[in-house]
Design a protein around this ligand. Sequence first.
Ligand code: NAP
Length: 402
Amino acid sequence: MRRIAILGSTGSIGRSTLSVVESYPQRFQIVSLAAGRNVDAAFEQVKRWKPSIVSVAAEADADVLRARLKIAALEDIEVVHGSEGAVRVATHPEADFVVSAIVGVAGLQATYEAVRAGKTIGLANKECMVAAGELIAAEARRQGNPILPIDSEHNAVHQCLRAGKIDEVHGIWLTASGGPFLHTPKSHFASITIAQALKHPTWQMGKRITIDSATLMNKGFEVIEACRLFNLPPHKIKVVVHPQSTVHSMVEFVDGSILAQFSVTDMRLPILYALTYPERVSSDLRFPVMDLRHLEFIPPDVEKFPCLGLAYEAADAGGAKSVALNAADEVAVAAFLDGSIRFDQIPRVIKEVLNETNAIKLESIGDVLGSDRQARELSRDVVERLGGAKALRPASNASTRG
Ligand SMILES: NC(=O)c1ccc[n+]([C@@H]2O[C@H](COP(=O)([O-])OP(=O)(O)OC[C@H]3O[C@@H](n4cnc5c(N)ncnc54)[C@H](OP(=O)(O)O)[C@@H]3O)[C@@H](O)[C@H]2O)c1
């Protein structure tokens, strides 16, 4: 029986994880849950799964949830809040597997503490690998516990890597759907609306990752995530646009063999793989092989999607530049969703912040969080300059939410 903590249980990945757990009651048990602001969803999940402990982002929401659980005669379930609450959920002594699916750097501390506590991690939260992947991966190696990628591309790579050794890898090909603007001329980018950008052609996901997919920053993050997870330099990670999102990624070995993983575009499959690794269990997530007739692979247009180039720059530099990349993107995406800046201004914010950030090596999660705060402050200044009155200046460093 795998005993599971879910960070971000009310989000898209969190809900898909619970759906997998629901399908295999003999294999999995829910021990602890962490949500953000969706108290109604958290309440329903607690009623259904009866974890030992649940966390929400804000103290006031924790009070509301506690009161509702009392009325439902579930007052034994401990309710906590904030990043400390998420850490309690992630490090609960009964949990042996932590699904990291809080969006943004808000999930960093809990994920890192889970690794430190010796838990096996199912990693969806790529932003924490972008900001602190060097530290997280080093700690996981020290603990001797795997980080199992849930992100479909890295999950595919993980599967393909079982066919060879890491020093036999010539390169990794991360596939990208190309997002909704693959065929949109760059001259139209200034007038892209929020609704258009939130319409992903192949995946249903939270808002932040959907916008990141539209700018190709998501793929840039994945390049960094792959470097940190598989301990490979950025030049070994290549991106290829594959609009059908059928081939989830490929590994090219030194002898010239290329292994690819393909399957349905359903996140329950990589989640199931991570939760049951190293076993494979039977599922009904079948892929119609005849669909392989229509596969395209196109080089990415880095002129049209400058975020990809910015991510390679940050991947090479690591440290504070990677932190700044994520923080600036998080602020810029929130500002776009808020109507403060235009779609084509997202890469501009990130570029300015990267240019003003020195490539400093960061030695601790405290350093990362400090650097993250600075980069956010800088990003908000740039957003205000570009977007004027509506630009955000929140008190907390809470992430963009779906
Ligand atoms: N969705 C996908 O298919 C997919 C694929 C690959 C990787 N990922 C990665 O997985 C992560 C989650 O993505 P998603 O699509 O599931 O996002 P989402 O639907 O927006 O869900 C985000 C989750 O994080 C929680 N959250 C946000 N801010 C929080 C805070 N300050 N404290 C505690 N919890 C907080 C949200 O809680 P509330 O809703 O309760 O506010 C929600 O449970 C992201 O890093 C994304 O890049 C997602």
